[in-house]
Design a protein around this ligand. Structure first.
Ligand SMILES: [Fe+2]
Length: 262
């Protein structure tokens, strides 16, 4: 996996690039109030991502994160192959892109940039249970390599790490990185009547296709982060076998009213 790692070269960022970070940061900080799970904001401030100095330096960020949960950030040139990605996660290393979007791309970007990867993903890596879940996911991925089940794990990642919602005492909140790094989806996922908000069920999630070109049609809601860790550390082989007998579901499908969160 070493061959996929690069240097962040933090000193090379321009003031204009740091400004894009600061603009995105300010916008997300305000829209996330009462919409994101509180531990996300704690992680954000603890890590100093909120320091206002622009794009964080991965080496400094890793020092703080390592002390808290043993995770660190490593720089990659873009998406890395599945085996390298899983191996990094299994070793508590989170791969982040280095480039930042242009000022005219604040609202939409196809490829994840440093704002998505760091602002979106890193705050929850400071949460002990979520940190363990991410490592367990990497280990599950390594086990599943070559078995033809990676699409099932990809769906789990998509509907939790990227686009997950969580029930809290104060109401429904988001925690998925794809949502928390997007101004419009942060509002849409919680307040728009259109999408389905379904109770998290591992098998259900692993059967459900997703779309990458628009807001999600379905979000899955977890009751807490322990559920993610516990589900991912069970014998997934049995579940893959069971699911091979069942058809896939479209993102907009609802199996019964009982799975809906009102
Ligand atoms: Fe992501």
């Amino acid at each position: 996996m070493q061959k996929y790692l690069i240097e962040q070269n933090w000193a090379d960022y321009s003031e204009a690039e740091h400004d894009v970070w600061r603009t995105l940061f300010k916008r997300q900080e305000s829209v996330l109030v009462n919409r994101v799970v509180p531990v996300f904001l704690e992680g954000l401030h603890y890590l100093g991502v909120a320091s206002g100095n622009g794009i964080p330096n991965f080496k400094e960020l890793s020092k703080t994160l390592r002390q808290k949960t043993g995770w660190e950030i490593v720089a990659v040139p873009g998406l890395v192959p599945d085996d390298a990605f899983f191996e990094l996660l299994a070793n508590r290393k989170f791969p982040s892109g280095c480039f930042i979007r242009r000022p005219d791309q604040l609202d939409y970007l196809q490829e994840p940039d440093v704002f998505h990867d760091i602002f979106g993903h890193v705050p929850l890596l400071a949460h002990p249970v979520f940190a363990d879940y991410m490592q367990a996911y990497g280990k599950a991925g390594l086990k599943a390599l070559g078995g033809g089940h990676l699409h099932r794990l990809a769906r789990l990642y998509w509907y939790t790490v990227e686009f997950g919602l969580i029930q809290t005492a104060e109401g429904l909140r988001t925690y998925g990185s794809g949502i928390v790094s997007s101004y419009s989806e942060t509002i849409y996922c919680l307040e728009n009547p259109k999408p389905n908000r379904l109770k998290f069920d591992l098998k259900r999630v692993m059967r459900t296709n997703y779309r990458i070109d628009d807001f999600q049609e379905t979000y899955f809601v977890i009751p807490n982060f322990d559920v993610l860790f516990n589900e991912t550390t069970q014998d997934l082989e049995k579940i893959y076998e069971e699911l091979d007998q069942l058809s896939d579901l479209s993102p907009e499908d609802i199996l019964s009213k009982n799975e809906q969160i009102i």
